[in-house]
Design a binder for this molecule. Sequence first.
Ligand SMILES: CC(C)(COP(=O)(O)OP(=O)(O)OC[C@H]1O[C@@H](n2cnc3c(N)ncnc32)[C@H](O)[C@@H]1OP(=O)(O)O)[C@@H](O)C(=O)NCCC(=O)NCCS
Length: 171
Amino acid sequence: MTNDNIPNPYGWKRSMRAGLSFRPVAEDDMPFLARVYASTGRETLAATALNETQKAAILLLQFRAQHAHFQQHYPQADMLVVMGGGHDIGRLYLARWPNRHGIIDLTLLPEFRRHGAGEVLLRDLTEEAAAAAKDVTILIDKFNPAMRLLRRLGFATEEDKGAHDLLRWSA
Ligand SMILES: CC(C)(COP(=O)(O)OP(=O)(O)OC[C@H]1O[C@@H](n2cnc3c(N)ncnc32)[C@H](O)[C@@H]1OP(=O)(O)O)[C@@H](O)C(=O)NCCC(=O)NCCS
């Protein structure tokens, strides 16, 4: 299986049925990915006295730093744009380590959240990992509402890391 075999390179059946497809991130995707990043990063700047221009500048710098960090630390990870209904709707970064799958990031643009895409994707990921006798881990902010979804899908806290929890799913 190669990553270039769009639309369903990973055999993710639920995603395919839900009309989701994927493509590896390319240089042209940077403005879109910056928008995806800003859609969550903006919340952390909400309480500051910065104006919108300043916030946008900071978010862009943070996005670039994060992107460089991911590329440096997870060179083998799949960095994917998630597409659905003819739109680019989010990003999925997934590292397939020898003993587990690590979700580095899963973020959808706000207008595409709460329609079931996240659950579909996470179920495909856990199923893929289980077929390879692996677990799935994700680091998530303790107060992230996505925690409810992850718990429902069977992710359990493995380690309390202060502001974040490391969650693990096992078959
Ligand atoms: C986390 C995320 C990928 C889930 O995808 P999604 O398509 O929105 O999720 P689904 O529609 O499949 O499932 C919705 C469930 O997610 C949880 N959830 C996610 N975001 C939520 C929000 N803002 N408010 C309330 N519940 C939320 C809830 O459990 C909800 O189901 P429930 O209302 O029945 O409890 C998406 O919401 C997102 O991009 N959030 C911002 C980025 C993020 O927090 N990523 C964390 C990594 S998982």
